[in-house]
Design a protein around this ligand. Sequence first.
Ligand code: UDP
Ligand code: MG
Length: 315
Amino acid sequence: MNTIKHTNKKISIIAPFFNEEESLPIFLEEVLNIVKELVGYNFEIIFIDDGSTDNSLVFLKEKAKENKNIIVLELSRNFGKEAALTAGIDMAIGSAIIPIDVDLQDPPILIKKMIKQWESGSDVVLAKRENRLNENFLKRISASFFYKIYSFFVGNSKISNVGDFRLIDKRVVDNIKNLKEKNRYMKGLLSWPGFSSAEIPYTRNKRKAGKSKFTFLKLLNLGFEGVTSFSILPLKFFTTIGFIGIIFSFFFAIIILLQKIFYENFIEGYAFLILLILFFGSLQLLGIGILGEYIGKIYIETKNRPIYIIKNRYN
Ligand code: UDP
Ligand code: MG
């Protein structure tokens, strides 16, 4: 099966990080060990410092001096993981890229399997989380809820239980580089070009050191971003509800009119009325809110600000 078809054997490992001084040494050691075993390939390991305020950068600058395959991009401030990853992808020159987290939740050992799959013809090799036993209840429930909502609005798009950790062939990467939008839901953007893909199941580890940089609120925001970046169905949803509401009101009006004419003691209906006002009032606000989300996106896109700023590059 192993038909080796790639002549350029440079692989770009892309690792965005933010305040990871505890994780970086373990991560780098593990990755360098794996890379060493992959004879016949060249690697560039691109670290993107997303505005860290700890000693992460000091450590990596030292390492970059010793090893020319370690490239460090220092962003001018914290732009968020999505932007940092974009910076790394833009800079990568490998014939395949592998975005990876530095907290070792994405096991670097999978890189070997990914490359093998790539050599046998897959353009994209996804690391798919087989179970989420290492995650807390809230995260598990919200993730499965999110994937349901996402697939309802966006359709079947291969994002369930995969992260950014994957191998992507250069011809797919070139297409991803063309996606210049400022609202960046990377998982969606990475999947957007399509191409042939294979999956490698794995169990996601717990963080080796340090703390997660994503709070529940940040994740919720990212999820919202994901849906609204890839679907305008939520907007149409409200058109439909509005339409159904109008038909409903029309029949309701006729019933009330008939009641008014034929019954002497016409119903009071105070509670019902208040409920109705509250319900449709909130529904309207929700609709306006969602409309606002999209307008906000247009606003951000039109300003056309850069996604990230590189302050320094080492190597
Ligand atoms: N990260 C980043 N910029 C940020 C937040 C996080 O580059 O503003 C990096 C972080 O250092 C890690 C990866 O993104 O390498 C994933 O973050 P984290 O492990 O905190 O997220 P989780 O795995 O908990 O979702
Ligand atoms: Mg993590």
